[in-house]
Design a protein around this ligand. Structure first.
Ligand code: GLN
Length: 546
């Protein structure tokens, strides 16, 4: 039977519950346990697919096509294990299920209430992953902060489930903040006491307290927290601010959290976890021998989390190449033909980001023209690839006003258009082309050199597609479709032959990148950027012709 570990948060949001959950999972996995993580989000959206990235950061996509919270990206990147629809549950989805059942008459005339109907549905969804038999331990992270009205049914569900499962089959980890008051020169435990008190009022006793702190937690502070919160002193865990999220598993190991968890769950914990691969990655990450500067051209540049998976994919690919990637965010709305050379100066590669809608498109097009004409490595993802197609149509093929019908429905040259099956869709949520689809790669292409395989699967999140009516025009002018969907013949990858590295992909390779297995396209792009940097240096040091 699977064991359950619940992770709650107190005092403040943004304490990094997702990273802690992923780190604890990593340690348990490194001891040979089969672990997965699930996120319960207390908001009423069915999923974050319809949320503006400014609201909630990037929308992550799983293989089976779930549009999810970005924490699922951390889970996959840390564990190298795929997540699915079952790994992200929102209040909206819980209510939708209950209301659908009510409409079908499944409740046989009963009054439908938060307790027991909503809480039963939450418990059912928590246990779904355990019932597959694929995991020894399920970690369930509850979004939000204890004390929020909207998280009450989740806390109540944990209480009921803990009682039902018994004390050796589940435990509760509460993540909290121990602030430092500079004026008093002290760490303060009161907010932690209060947030634990709130959990206790709801009938939940945490077993482990993970305390975020800027300074070391001395024994006296640990003892005080232990005494006021009814936990064992060794279950008061110090979580200092780390240089990198990838250091957190090592920090948690130092605090023995894996042993404490396993002892409570009555699971064996002999020996040490095997973290050799992880430590190797950290060593490469921290000791780069090279550095490249890559521009990320997008419109959500004010919010770091909007391109989370892309940033992390660069960290994985950079470390694998012992190369630090300095990612420079460039707001496409501020780019124009006059300033583009200046704004992209000093970059060794340019990535044009995914996105939706008209805003910032012109800037993306001028950036692409600049890198195409100047032999600077280019990587376009989803909308970035579509923009590369539009730019090529306008400036190489001479298709004046060519565009995607997303931005210009009446364009004379719809080089990017709506997929046939998308034409009659009216609902926005969950209706894009989502999740993993196969792609066949042509042997004589850069894509083949990169993947070294003819068949790949990558994840999608889009409505619009390359318009095959124009394929011949593109190919005869030097932009080839080097990867296509084998069933529907949809163009998945485009590349320019006479360019050092110009690749656009309709899919999102960043969602498949993990510490253990960096995305091949990011690896190739980092290497190409490094090569570009070296050739610039060689050109600068070569004696001039005259
Ligand atoms: N807006 C484009 C589409 O729907 C691209 C989407 C994306 O970049 N994820 O096809």
């Amino acid at each position: 039977m699977a064991k359950y570990l619940f992770v709650t948060g107190g005092v403040s949001s943004s304490l990094g519950k997702g990273i802690f959950a992923a780190s604890i999972a990593k340690l348990l996995q490194a001891r040979g346990y089969r672990v997965t993580i699930q996120k319960l989000d207390p908001y009423i959206n069915i999923d974050p697919g319809t949320l503006n990235p400014y609201e909630h950061g990037e929308c992550y996509v799983t293989n089976d096509g779930a549009e999810t919270d970005l924490d699922l990206g951390h889970y996959e990147r840390f564990l190298n294990v795929r997540t699915s629809q079952a790994n992200n549950v929102t209040t909206g989805r819980v209510y939708q299920t209950v209301i659908d059942k009510e409409r079908r008459g499944d409740y046989l005339g009963k009054t439908i209430q938060v307790i027991p109907h909503i809480t039963n549905e939450i418990q059912r969804r928590i246990q779904l992953l355990g019932e597959t038999g694929d995991y020894d331990i399920i970690i369930t992270e509850i979004g939000g902060t204890v004390g929020d009205i909207e998280s009450l049914p989740y806390i109540e569900s944990i209480r009921q489930l803990s009682w039902q499962l018994g004390k050796h089959d589940c435990l509760v980890i509460h993540l909290t903040l121990v602030p430092y008051l500079a004026a008093a020169g002290e760490l303060k435990t009161k907010p932690t006491q209060h947030s634990v008190k709130m959990l206790l009022e709801a009938g939940v006793q945490p077993d482990i307290l993970v305390c975020r702190t800027e300074y070391p937690l001395g024994q006296d502070i640990r003892r005080k927290i232990a005494r006021f919160c009814n936990v064992n002193i060794n279950a008061v865990i110090e979580a200092r601010d780390a240089d990198s999220i990838y250091d957190v598993p090592i920090e948690m190991l130092r605090e023995n959290i894996d042993r404490i968890v396993l002892a409570k769950l009555r699971l064996p914990s002999s020996g040490e976890p095997d973290l050799s691969g992880w430590k190797g990655f950290l060593a490469r990450l921290k000791n780069p021998v090279n550095e490249v500067r890559i521009g990320l051209v997008g419109k959500y540049t004010e919010l770091q989390d909007a391109y989370k998976s892309i940033q992390e994919a660069f960290i994985h690919a950079g470390a694998a190449n012992e190369c630090a990637v300095d990612l420079v965010h460039i707001n496409s709305e501020l780019l124009d033909a006059d300033n583009v050379a200046k704004k992209l100066q000093g970059l060794h590669g340019v990535l044009v980001a995914p996105g939706f809608g008209e805003r910032g498109i012109d800037g993306k097009l001028v950036a692409i023209r600049h890198v195409r004409e100047n032999g600077i490595p280019f990587f376009g993802i989803c909308l970035g690839m579509q923009c590369a197609v539009v730019e090529f149509a306008r400036n190489v093929l001479g298709f004046k006003g060519a565009h995607s019908t997303e931005m210009a429905p009446k364009t004379k040259f719809p080089v990017i258009g709506l997929m046939a099956e998308q034409k009659d869709i009216e609902e926005m949520g969950g209706t894009m082309r989502l999740g993993a689809y196969p792609c066949k790669i042509f042997k004589r292409s850069r894509a083949y050199q990169i993947y070294n395989r003819q068949r790949i699967e990558e994840r999608h999140r889009h409505r619009y597609e390359f318009n095959n009516t124009y394929l011949k025009d593109f190919e005869s002018a030097g932009m080839m479709a080097s990867g296509v969907n084998p069933e529907q013949n949809l163009v998945e990858i485009v590349e320019i032959k006479d360019h050092p590295w110009f690749v656009g992909v309709q899919f999102h390779p960043e969602f498949n990148s993990t510490v253990e297995s960096p995305a091949p396209l990011f690896m190739g792009f980092v290497q190409a950027s490094l090569q570009h940097k070296q050739s610039l240096a060689e050109a600068a040091s070569a004696p001039s012709a005259n």
